[in-house]
Design a protein around this ligand. Structure first.
Ligand code: ADP
Ligand code: XUL
Length: 543
């Protein structure tokens, strides 16, 4: 859409600092998308990133040059200038960032941010502002030692999950910061502020350090998601002065300040343009998909990711609980399953003649609901939930292990098994299926036979929605939401389902399927325990 063709009403901007690119969206008050723009990090010269990052030869350390993200802001706003975009219409800006990544601001950078000269680029002025020039990002897995220390400080993995919503994960920011403290003490000493990728983005636009929002802050293994404050024993386990460098977390829908004069003078934003907390990409996607209480979103991409809106979460050592970005009293959970579409493809390619989704659907529909009691587990890649389990395990209707299934049984079994797993692990975290709605996204949400099985297993209607770039869209909606909150119009964005993008109902539960799958879910729960045991004795046998 041409950037110049904006309405006279207030507009809202959302940015998403994702792993591979910076994306930008502008919406109007009816949630209509007026403009989308993006800059791929690999297209920026000199950084030599591949898919936006640098990976060490052992594959464990993964970073992105922080200044590359700064340059991307110069470039993306330059593109808007070239298309005569009227920046004065933007009433508020929010954004999202890949979760867990950290930015280390060098002593003196706060002053530098306040005095940026509009005649020069951000990049040229901030190039020396980072005490750790390469930001660790979520793909990093080099902090196993630090994970052990943080779990010890909390009193174990479950205790850490009880406090922060997650057991220790290598990519979580607390472990990453502890690694810097231990391995680069001088760089840490020369740091006056540590931001997440999200609060770093907000900071650039504010021209002053912005607070970390509670939702993205929940991905650090440092933040107590119940008291909504840094957990003293976890902070102390890293460094006594860490809380000062982290600032004070705030709810996601918080206005952090007005836009920096740098952007007013350089691009023509109005000085009253509000900068709203930036948050993590997953929380922003929850907002962009307009998830509500009793909704579940299932993203069927390369991996499968389940988003839950939870009022009363049960903390587990699997999955993550974050503070909800939209409703400050609620929570959201994120469950990541590595064996998603790629594993469905694996079964398709092994058990269909022409390796097509059409044939896969035919075979799926050939078998009755419940697959005559056969249940299979398909983990060609080591799974995240249940942790590290690998291999293939098949059981008949009496729960006896069997060697193999017919092609149609395999096709039905992989799909039933995946959604039974998504269902029981959502229930484990306190999600109540009664009256829930499912929003399906990602590549496999094009497959109506797969969506039908999901609807039957959850006993819930399935919807789809045109939500490309849900994170940047969600950020723009959060920006609007924050401005409306201050004028008591909270329902404007989140309660008005009729505005903007529509949900399409694409599947409804088949009568009789609930009874079949309630029994199968119980069996699956027990069989999964058995599979974990079978896997661990197999793994032990290998040693
Ligand atoms: P990513 O997570 O990489 O962004 P996508 O959401 O684009 O992935 O989903 C890609 C996956 O979607 C592919 O791996 C493919 O297996 C799956 N897919 C695409 N079309 C179909 C279909 N009709 N039925 C089932 N799966 C599909
Ligand atoms: C979530 C996670 C990723 C990143 C990058 O825990 O690590 O989804 O947010 O998208």
């Amino acid at each position: 859409m041409a950037a110049g063709s904006t309405s006279s009403k207030d507009l809202y901007m959302g940015l998403d600092f994702s792993t591979q690119q910076l994306k930008l969206v502008v919406i109007d008050e009816n949630l209509k998308i007026l403009l989308e723009e993006s800059v791929k990090f690999d297209d920026l010269e000199k950084y030599n990133t591949s898919s936006g990052c640098h990976i060490s030869p052992d594959g464990l350390t993964v970073t992105s040059p922080t200044i590359m993200w700064v340059e991307a802001v110069d470039v993306i706003l330059g593109k808007l200038v070239n298309s005569n975009f009227d920046f004065s219409k933007i009433k508020a800006i929010s954004g999202s960032g890949q979760q867990h990544g950290s930015v280390f601001w060098k002593n003196g950078s706060g002053e530098m941010l306040k005095n940026l000269n509009p005649k020069h680029s951000l990049k040229s002025q901030l190039v020396d502002s980072f005490s750790v020039p390469d930001s660790p990002i979520w793909m990093d897995s080099s902090t196993s030692e630090q994970c052990i220390k943080l779990e010890l400080a909390a009193g174990g993995a479950q205790a850490l999950a009880d406090i922060t919503g997650s057991k220790a994960y290598e990519r979580f920011t607390g472990n990453q910061i502890l690694k810097v403290i231990e391995n680069a003490p001088n760089a840490y000493k020369d740091t006056e502020r540590i931001s997440l990728v999200s609060s770093f983005g907000a900071t650039l636009f504010c021209g002053a350090y912005c607070e970390i929002d509670e939702s993205d802050g929940s991905g650090m293994n440092l933040f107590n998601i119940k008291t909504r404050a840094w957990e003293p024993k976890l902070i102390d386990a890293c460094s006594k002065d860490l809380a000062d460098k982290l600032g004070n977390p705030v709810p996601s829908v918080t206005i952090q300040g007005s836009i920096s004069l740098y952007f007013v003078n350089k691009y023509g934003f109005v000085p009253s343009c509000q900068i709203v907390s930036f948050t993590g990409d997953n929380p922003a996607s929850l907002a962009g998909m307009r998830l509500m209480e009793s909704d579940i979103a299932v993203s069927l991409g390369s991996s499968d990711v389940v988003f839950l809106w939870l009022e009363d979460p049960i903390m587990k050592t699997e999955g993550h609980v974050f503070v909800n970005p939209v409703d400050t009293s609620a929570y959201m959970a994120l469950l990541c399953f590595k064996n998603g579409s790629l594993t469905r493809e694996f079964v398709r390619d092994h058990h269909t003649d022409n390796k097509s989704w059409t044939e896969f659907e035919q075979l799926l529909n050939l078998q009755p609901i419940g697959n005559n009691g056969n249940i299979g587990f398909y983990f060609p890649i080591a799974e995240i939930i249940p942790g590290n389990v690998e291999g293939f395990y098949y059981f008949d209707s009496s729960d006896m292990p069997v060697q193999d299934f017919s092609p149609a049984e395999h096709v039905r079994a992989i799909i039933e098994s995946q959604f039974l797993s998504r269902r029981i692990h959502a229930e484990n975290m306190g999600f109540n299926l009664d009256g829930c709605r499912i929003l399906a996204t990602g590549g496999a949400s094009n497959n109506s036979a797969i969506l039908q099985v999901m609807s039957d297993i959850f006993n819930a209607p399935v919807y789809t929605q045109e939500v490309a770039n849900s994170a940047s869209l969600g950020a723009a909606m959060i920006a609007m939401h924050a401005v409306k909150v201050t004028t008591d119009e909270i329902p404007y964005t989140y309660r008005l389902k009729k505005k903007g993008l529509q949900f399409q109902r694409v599947a409804s539960p088949t009568p009789g399927s609930k009874e079949i799958y309630d029994i199968m879910a119980k069996r699956y729960r027990n069989l999964e325990k058995q599979v974990i045991q079978m896997h661990s004795s197999k793994a032990k046998g290998k040693v």
